[in-house]
Design a protein. Structure first.
Length: 202
């Protein structure tokens, strides 16, 4: 019930009047100054950690980002892509996540930071072919912070959103790597956050 209320709140905030309110100059400047504090994360979802911020700082565009595209696989609330945009606001960024609650949160966070015109998010399962917004060989940068706990190892969280963020489904890492390979330009780069204990699988 609480999650549904939060989701409804996101929908209401995405109408034109509300977006004008949260994207006014002063509000945007404040949101960027305090980033990542203030990012909306749906109740019951996994809370991003320092890892996501490190990933957003790992790869740099060739210049100031103008003319380059970034794909964020498993975008969650958008923290990685939006962190890149705070540093390189000329980037064009796309986020994909299989959980619609998180896609809505990512869109809201982009609007609050004044990046609604530079960031788009889509609900998408990486086991499926990439959506039309992600044509092959079109991204110079691809970043991913996939679930890396294997099923049957560790205690499952009670909350479905946390469970989906932490534990692999069928396909797991392979789905992320295949999606990155399809989306990346021939000279593109792929940044992946993954535990050292499973490095041999990469």
């Amino acid at each position: 019930m609480v999650i549904e209320k939060r989701r409804t709140g996101v929908r209401e905030l995405t109408n034109r009047q509300s977006l004008q309110r949260v994207t006014s100059g002063t509000a945007v400047e404040t949101a960027r100054a305090f980033f990542p504090r203030g990012l909306f994360q749906p109740e019951g979802s996994f809370r991003f950690s320092l890892d996501a911020l490190l990933l957003a700082s790992f790869l740099r565009p060739a210049g100031n980002g103008r003319g380059e595209r970034l794909l964020d696989l498993g975008t969650g609330c958008g923290v990685v892509a939006l962190g890149m945009l705070c540093r390189y606001p000329e980037l064009e960024t796309v986020g994909l996540d299989m959980l619609p609650e998180l896609v809505e949160a990512a869109r809201l966070n982009a609007a609050r930071l004044g990046f609604a015109d530079r960031f788009t998010a889509f609900t998408h399962d990486l086991a499926d072919p990439l959506p039309p917004a992600c044509p092959p060989d079109s991204f110079s940068l691809v970043l991913a912070n996939p679930p890396y706990r294997q099923p049957g190892r560790g205690r499952l969280p009670a909350e479905p959103l946390r469970r989906a963020a932490l534990f692999e489904r069928k396909g797991g890492l392979d789905d992320f790597c295949r999606a990155a390979e399809r989306a990346m330009a021939p000279d593109g780069r792929f940044g992946l956050l993954f535990p050292a204990a499973r490095m041999e699988e990469l």
